[in-house]
Design a protein around this ligand. Structure first.
Ligand SMILES: [Ca+2]
Ligand SMILES: [Ca+2]
Length: 764
């Protein structure tokens, strides 16, 4: 009996640790929509957001569709619709479908031809949506990212242009042509160049085309099947880009849309919910479409001569290219009844699909301390060897996502990673299909050859200047383990330098530098599963508490502050993580305060190197110090090892001499970009590369090099003493670095940038 029991117990343990089959098979999807185009986008969004048994909706990106003034007369109810209107409608659809946590990103007002020259920048018209597609495409997963484009292809084409390395990780599905009719209509005419770019894509990205499925539904059916259907939301949400009446369920909105928009004849005889029908091809082909693989055709435009009601039909001819090695697949002839039956069933038996774990933990961190956190691991993790995660506190019914596609349940979980890499482990609670993150750990899974490598977490106001970009590239091309990259503001009071939009701009620049690095052919030593994740950080400084006591400071809880805690939890105690803030210290200061709330001894697992501060104090002759001086004081008081590489004079001494150094940059896209921004920044023949010194310092420290030539043990004084440095004799956690061997550091930087990173052997 005893044997049987223990057998049962171990069987149960095995079952618990087996990745959930359903979670494995779900399709990762981004919905790219011109939501306010007609009435079908809204139905497609609802269909996807309610099909959680099949889709994981990672986000909604918004495109401009094909709206232009000529169409207004045909569409008095919708009028001329702008990208902002499409965006508003998409946001409201997510709310109405009880999925308001699904990110909605705005795409461009312009088209591919107008924007493509700008895609070389971190921010441009539509970069929010484009950067999101790139970021999600690179997110660690063994499942490809599907993009269902139900408008024009501007966002998709720009993402592939900006970062061609996403091509093998994504599958494009486009609902947008009347193939083989000889004209381009709506979604195609909305951006002819974007379609051409996809048809000719040199990376041969998977491209599925769903010609308009004209399969109609009558108003009687809609009224009978949709009224009151779908989850009820409170408060009710206005439809029609926020201008219409409020609706407490999508079903009611569906009836309203159909009633107001669809003409009498179509109400009686049927109108196709085109984008919704097309989605059935992706939903395990529930629509029974017939796929035709073929050489990519080309569309030859003719002069646009038609006006008025036909203006949306752009004349041209489809030319078949049967032997074209570039292949596409057309999905045609769906089974009308199968699609609508599944759609109506889904309305009655919805499973929310927007429950993918987002990295945004800001709204949950507040109760993380009492709900349970992951206990920091106690040694290095090796591929092929088990690691056990346990919890502090009691989150009730803990669920785990282990970062390699595996899931598990229970207060203690043992798992074996098969491949070395960087993994993000998340513990959370589940309400229905909804997963709420409670705590996370970033884990470097090693081979015995890599356990000694220093680990860094970058933290950067990437676009405020030109040195951050050098610092990111240096980190990636070096042999350091880069666990993540945090974004942060650079003084939101600086309205001339991005103001409130800074964090978003800086995040975009990080994505941009990563894209250039991936295309530079120098990341062979850093396979994709060892690339860093990117986290959104604070967009405002810490506030000085009324008491003046640093312990009363409210942290700004963000993905980035959580990432610092997560990196610390996943670090082996004998190999603390170097956190390298090269902007204000808001993220690190917040992490310190959060750790105190959780009772987590962060100081034992991290070391901090901040690039900032002036000769005498935090916030004079220091851009980074001025942007959040209180955060520097908090970090100084925390007891954590805190190295301060003074912005002036120390960081400034590591300077580019354009007369000699510009020729040393590598001949690749990244090198070109770094040279370009260095030239644009100023006409001066020299330019300080401040932030770069932090990476050099970690490398120099590992090698035992004496690259820090004058260090002063100090304290950081508070605002009542003008945030001054105070030199001290006794033990202290704060070290002010006043002088460095800048030439040695710069030499290491350029050697690394050119593909010969310094080898980092185990220390003796
Ligand atoms: Ca559409
Ligand atoms: Ca910086």
């Amino acid at each position: 009996m005893k044997t049987c029991l223990s057998l049962l117990v171990s069987l149960a343990a095995v079952l618990l640790l087996t990745p959930t089959a359903a979670a494995q098979e779900k399709m990762r999807i981004i919905l790219d929509t011109d939501a306010m185009a007609e009435v079908d986008d809204q139905h497609a969004l609802a269909y996807a957001l309610f099909s959680g048994d099949h889709f994981e909706v990672e986000g909604i990106t918004v495109n401009r569709g094909s709206d232009y003034p000529e169409r207004t007369e045909r569409r008095p109810y919708f009028g001329t619709v702008t990208i902002d209107d499409h965006y508003k409608e998409a946001v409201n659809m997510a709310r109405m479908c009880a999925s308001s946590d699904v990110p909605v990103l705005k795409g461009p007002a312009g088209n591919y031809r107008q924007i493509k020259g700008d895609s070389n920048h971190s921010t441009f018209d539509g970069s929010g949506a484009v950067n999101f597609i790139i970021e999600r495409a690179h997110a660690p997963s063994d499942r490809p990212l599907h993009i269902y484009a139900m408008g024009n292809l501007t966002n998709v084409a720009l993402a592939l242009l900006k970062d061609p390395t996403i091509a093998p990780k994504i599958e494009i599905w486009w609902m947008g042509t009347e193939w083989p009719q000889n004209y381009a209509c709506n979604n195609h005419a909305g951006d002819l160049d974007a379609v051409d770019a996809l048809l000719a894509n040199p990376q041969n990205v998977a491209f599925n085309i769903i010609p308009w499925p004209h399969k109609g539904v009558t108003f009687a059916e809609i009224k009978g099947k949709m009224t009151g259907r779908g989850p009820r939301v409170s408060p009710a949400v206005p439809g029609l880009r926020g201008e219409g009446p409020d609706f407490a369920s999508f079903g009611d909105y569906s009836v309203h849309l159909f009633d107001k928009f669809v003409g009498a004849r179509q109400k009686e005889h049927g109108r196709s919910l085109l984008d919704m029908v097309g989605l059935a091809a992706l939903k395990n082909n529930v629509g029974e479409f017939t796929p035709y693989e073929m050489g990519a055709p080309s569309f030859v435009v003719e002069e646009a001569s038609q006006t008025g009601s036909q203006a949306h039909r752009y004349p041209g001819t489809w030319v078949e290219n049967a032997d074209n090695p570039r292949r596409v697949t057309m999905w045609r002839d769906p089974n009308r009844d199968a699609v609508y039956t599944d759609f109506f069933n889904t309305m009655d038996n919805y499973v929310l699909a927007g429950s993918v774990p987002t990295k945004d933990v800001s709204h949950q961190a507040a109760y993380a301390a009492r709900a349970g956190t992951i206990v920091p691991i106690d040694g290095p993790v090796l591929a092929g060897e088990p690691v056990t995660f346990t919890l502090k506190g009691n989150p009730g019914d803990p669920h785990w996502q282990l970062g390699d596609g595996s899931t598990a349940e229970g207060a203690s979980v043992t798992h074996t990673y098969q491949e070395p890499g960087v993994y993000r482990v998340v513990m959370g609670s589940k309400v229905g299909e909804k997963f709420n993150e409670l705590s996370s750990a970033i884990l470097r899974v090693h081979t015995p050859e890599t356990v000694h490598l220093p680990q860094v977490l970058l933290d950067t106001d990437a676009r405020n200047e030109i040195d951050d970009q050098h610092y990111i590239a240096y980190g990636l091309f070096s042999n350091l383990d880069v666990l993540g990259i945090n974004s942060i503001h650079h003084g939101p009071f600086r309205s001339d330098r991005g103001g409130q939009a800074q964090e978003q701009m800086n995040y975009g620049e990080i994505i941009h530098i990563l894209a250039l690095c991936r295309q530079s052919d120098l990341l062979k030593h850093r396979p994709e599963n060892q690339m860093p994740l990117v986290f959104h950080g604070s967009n405002l400084p810490l506030e000085v508490p009324a008491s003046g006591n640093w312990l009363d400071t409210q942290p700004v809880k963000t993905e980035a502050s959580e990432a610092i805690l997560a990196a610390a939890r996943g670090a082996s105690p004998d190999n603390p993580v170097w956190v390298l803030p090269v902007g204000p210290c808001t993220n690190i200061g917040s992490a310190i305060l959060q750790a105190r709330e959780e009772g987590f001894d962060l100081a034992s697992r991290i070391k901090i190197i901040w690039l900032g501060g002036g000769p005498e104090q935090v916030n004079v002759r220091s851009f980074n110090g001025t942007n959040d001086p209180w955060s520097v004081y908090v970090t100084g008081r925390s007891g954590a090892e805190f190295w301060i590489l003074l912005e002036n004079p120390t960081g400034a001494s590591l300077a580019l001499d354009k007369r000699t150094d510009l020729g040393v940059y590598p001949d690749n896209k990244l090198g070109d970009y770094l040279v370009a921004i260095s030239n644009i920044w100023s006409k001066s023949p020299t330019k300080a590369l401040y932030d770069v010194a932090t990476i050099s310092m970690v490398i120099g420290n590992h090698l035992g090099k004496g690259w820090l030539t004058l260090v002063e043990p100090s304290e950081v004084l508070g605002p009542d003493q003008e945030y001054r440095w105070k030199k001290v004799e006794g033990p202290t956690n704060v070290q002010i670095i006043r002088e460095i061997d800048a030439e040695a550091m710069k030499a290491d930087f350029f050697t690394t940038l050119n593909g010969n990173p310094t080898e980092l052997k185990p220390r003796q």
